[in-house]
Design a protein around this ligand. Structure first.
Ligand SMILES: CC(C)(COP(=O)(O)OP(=O)(O)OC[C@H]1O[C@@H](n2cnc3c(N)ncnc32)[C@H](O)[C@@H]1OP(=O)(O)O)[C@@H](O)C(=O)NCCC(=O)NCCS
Length: 238
């Protein structure tokens, strides 16, 4: 029986678990986390990996139909369906009862649940972070950036660019920055240079202090960010 700490949570290597895929399988509507938003409010973050699903609102079905690129549509559907299925477990609501709106800058949020989340997809992998306070998550699959040293030189602070001698270093920095900007809700319009992750799991975005945890999922490099000091207390999939 999975618990909040998540069986399979890798305590030896918790800043960088090898994978969250295949760790815990939770059936839809299992009332495992009912009442847990209160516990989530005190700092923990849960990270979920989503498979395919079809619990979309009419507006989301319409949005999905407009995608020309099939993998992008599948990722959108898996993400939107996944947040409903996971939030149903946290709240006890039916997936169809959860109302999702989007901020002016594009950050989705629940209108009728006191639960924060953020979604990221890359290379066919779809994840989301859930927390009692605002949260940001980003994953990137390696092998898509040709000249990481040049990108880092152009867009990163010189101190950061100096740390980017290979793609893995670059992606660790990039995902931390994107997770921070998605936490702040600005997305990339907030300016990739404005997000300044440190080397110690701390950072700053828009003048505010941020805590960051890095991880790997499948072949992707990832990062979660919160304004609160936090630990990822569970890695789950649905
Ligand atoms: C949001 C953004 C950072 C996503 O980066 P990405 O690496 O391409 O994509 P990811 O898979 O990590 O994240 C995408 C998810 O982030 C979420 N998201 C979108 N805008 C967001 C924002 N401003 N803040 C936080 N999260 C956001 C969504 O859930 C989105 O997935 P979905 O559309 O399938 O629901 C980037 O697209 C961006 O900044 N865009 C500019 C802002 C923009 O275009 N806004 C449009 C509305 S005006």
């Amino acid at each position: 029986m999975p618990t909040e700490s998540g069986s399979g949570y890798n305590r030896e290597n918790r800043d960088f678990p090898e994978a969250i895929g295949g760790i815990v399988s939770v059936p839809v509507r299992q009332p495992l986390f009912v009442r847990s938003p209160a516990r989530l409010a005190t700092g923990p973050v849960h990270v979920w990996r989503f498979g395919a699903g079809d619990e979309l609102s009419d507006a989301e079905h319409a949005a999905a139909a407009k995608f020309l690129n099939e993998p992008a549509r599948d990722a959108f559907v898996a993400g939107r369906s996944g947040i409903r299925r996971a939030a149903a477990i946290y709240t006890g609501l039916d997936p169809s009862e959860l109302m999702v709106s989007t901020s002016a800058a594009g950050k989705p949020y629940f209108e009728n649940a006191d639960l924060h989340f953020n979604v990221s997809h890359s290379g066919g992998v779809v994840v989301a972070a859930f927390s009692g306070s605002p949260v940001g998550i980003d994953i990137e699959v390696p092998g898509r950036c040709r000249d990481v040293v040049e990108i880092a030189r152009r867009f990163f602070h010189p101190d950061e660019a100096e740390r980017c001698s290979c793609e893995d270093e670059f992606l660790r920095l990039w995902t931390a920055k994107e997770a921070m900007l998605k936490l702040a809700g600005t997305g990339l319009s907030g300016g990739i240079a404005d997000a300044r992750p440190g080397v110690d799991g701390r950072g700053e975005v828009g003048g505010r202090g941020v805590w960051i945890q890095r991880f790997r999922v499948g072949s992707c490099v990832g990062a979660v960010a919160s304004f609160e000091r936090f630990e990822v207390k569970g890695w789950f999939q649905i």
